[in-house]
Write a protein that binds this ligand. Sequence first.
Ligand code: APR
Ligand code: MG
Length: 218
Amino acid sequence: MASGQLSRAEALACSGCRHACHVMLYCDTSTQLFGRIPIRHIILMQMRFDGLLGFPGGLVNPSEETLEAGLSRELSEEVGVALPINVEDHVESCYAPATSSSSSASSSRRLITHFYVKKMEEEQIREVERAAASTATDHGQEVLGMVRVPLYAMKGGGGLASFLSHSFIGNARSQLVDSLSRLGLVSPAELQRALDKSLETHANAAEHLRAEAQRKRF
Ligand code: APR
Ligand code: MG
């Protein structure tokens, strides 16, 4: 297990807590964008019903199922394939940020998020994408679509920097950034540039929205 706020055992000992498990499914790829920009890795995230980006997964009840079985059940609903998830795929468990989520508003019980990473073959990832848009029961409802994370940097901040400037559920953004760094999917310098640029993009967008709102005020 990588470093995290709670060990798996500590997390499971909190019987009054709610638990949510999410997974980053990814693979290597040799395909290129526009025939010249290496895509390098396909990382799957999703556009959620609440308009935020997150990883597939969801709420699990450890008194009825193991964390991994619960995550696998969530995957069958959200991506249409009950992918097996193992204890070895577990990366970290931590308390969800207090500011997070529509769902935490409905309960005062503290939420612990458990994060997993699973490396797959490119064809398996493509199969998940197909199932997510065809047989997954949550498609078009709790899941509005699977999205791939662009890892490359384009002139003007397109690519990873733009992607990181969107809004993410709970701690999904830090789960993504930590995984890119830990697994070496993006170099430390590239990641730092993307993070800096994403903050700049965010600030510029906020400024633009404020000016637009001011103009449209009656
Ligand atoms: N990706 C998604 N959610 C995350 C992540 C992550 N990487 N990390 C933390 N969370 C938190 C969010 O705060 C989220 O609301 O976990 C919570 C539960 O995860 P969901 O995937 O939303 O749970 P799911 O079981 O799929 O959905 C069930 O949750 O939001 C509610 O009412 C909504 O009916 C829905 C219910
Ligand atoms: Mg979910």
